[in-house]
Design a protein around this ligand. Sequence first.
Ligand SMILES: Cc1cc2nc3c(=O)[nH]c(=O)nc-3n(C[C@H](O)[C@H](O)[C@H](O)COP(=O)(O)OP(=O)(O)OC[C@H]3O[C@@H](n4cnc5c(N)ncnc54)[C@H](O)[C@@H]3O)c2cc1C
Length: 65
Amino acid sequence: MHLSARAEELLLEGGTVRGLVYRDSTSARVSVAADLVVGADGRFSRIRRLAGLIPSRAPQPVEYL
Ligand SMILES: Cc1cc2nc3c(=O)[nH]c(=O)nc-3n(C[C@H](O)[C@H](O)[C@H](O)COP(=O)(O)OP(=O)(O)OC[C@H]3O[C@@H](n4cnc5c(N)ncnc54)[C@H](O)[C@@H]3O)c2cc1C
């Protein structure tokens, strides 16, 4: 696990995502190879934007606790 890591770029090979580049807590850029990259960075997801994905406009369910 990499804490305080801010994803900045996707690593692409022939149009396939092969990992990502993040900036760590010292501002160093670190590359990580990965078979699978999951964007779980919220509604303004950088990963989604970098992957060229377009979010659905369908209403989302909200559970009020
Ligand atoms: C004021 C408010 C009240 C809400 N109340 C409710 C409620 O009562 N019930 C309900 O069901 N939903 C509620 N929601 C909606 C709910 O918060 C979101 O639907 C839910 O948190 C989304 O979860 P997530 O994991 O997709 O994103 P988030 O909870 O936003 O988590 C995304 C994480 O990614 C991290 N991140 C962002 N960019 C990067 C990056 N480049 N690299 C690495 N990490 C990154 C962020 O720091 C964050 O920790 C509320 C939202 C708001 C704003």
